[in-house]
Design a binder for this molecule. Sequence first.
Ligand SMILES: [Zn+2]
Length: 212
Amino acid sequence: MSVFDSSFIKEQILKSHYPIALTGAGISVASSLPTLSKEFCGIPIKKIMEKSFFLRHPELFYSFYREILRWKDCIPNAAHVTLSKYGVLVITQNIDGLHQKAGSRNVLEIHGNLNYLICEKCSLYFPFDLAYYSMLPVCHSCSSILKPDIVLYEEQIHYWNRAVLEFKKADLALIIGTSLKAFPANMLPQFSIRHNIKPILINENAHIILDF
Ligand SMILES: [Zn+2]
């Protein structure tokens, strides 16, 4: 993978019949998401994001969830807008919803999103703002504690098969704002490499490089 400039990338997108992008936290940096410290209430964020932590300490998890709900107030930057404008299909590791806010219709949120709470027993979805009305939101039907619809450690990512398929179908793959450390999303570009497509890597300053 190499680093390319704006005009080259624009040309590639215009030439492409099926462009896709895999995006990570880096694409949203210029949207000034409130940054999280490494800990919340003295507990490492990585620990809080474990499914087993949520099951043991749901109230504390919800305090953390209300913190990250502030991300919903952020606005998309030029990189989100460009992907939307050129109809690039987006596979995102982000849960901030900024691709949809920028107008993208085809977005696979493989790590879930901040819009819903889910009852894992009934498979019912509820709006996120229940978390503002109740310390511990429960299912209206079965009274189970609801889980925010974000993918936690120890859980399967969403849309994996579809994401693999999209990488195989794509004739252009942009990898934006992700260091490709998170498994299994970091496996995805391999599927396009097998398809003889060389992914375009944009790790920093996506809002400048993709401003066209
Ligand atoms: Zn239920």
